[in-house]
Design a protein around this ligand. Sequence first.
Ligand code: FES
Ligand code: FES
Length: 149
Amino acid sequence: MDIEINGRPQSVDVQPETPLLWVLRDVLHMTGTKFGCGMALCGACTVHVDGAPVRACITPVSSVAGHKVTTIEAMADDPVGRRVQAAWLELGVPQCGYCQAGQIMSATGLLRQNAKPSDAEIDQAMGGNICRCGTYTRIRAAIRKAAGQ
Ligand code: FES
Ligand code: FES
């Protein structure tokens, strides 16, 4: 199957129904995207498909053929992703860090759609990203900072 990850064409020898998460992690060895629940419940596996956040754990790889997949590994090359990561660093958002790649992918997706989100809009956009360390207050502050608020 031919797919495009972070602007680079990739050819992978997998079944069409294989979840994108396992193609990223086990086939392409891109381990920035995390496995949490495998059921679209936690957001740890969030990547972008054509710029919008999706859960890679329930996304069959066949469904992304012909689309642009972007992962946390490319966020430093993305103008919005770079701002989000800088705010994350400045405010020291992560605790254990496990959920944070997914949080940054969701936050970047939000700010691309809505450059100045309200707290309610942030909470709605980030509601599917679970953090067992409870860093939600810092996540919201970092999103506001990245938005220049
Ligand atoms: S691992 Fe995909 S949403 Fe939890
Ligand atoms: S920082 Fe530990 S789960 Fe979010």
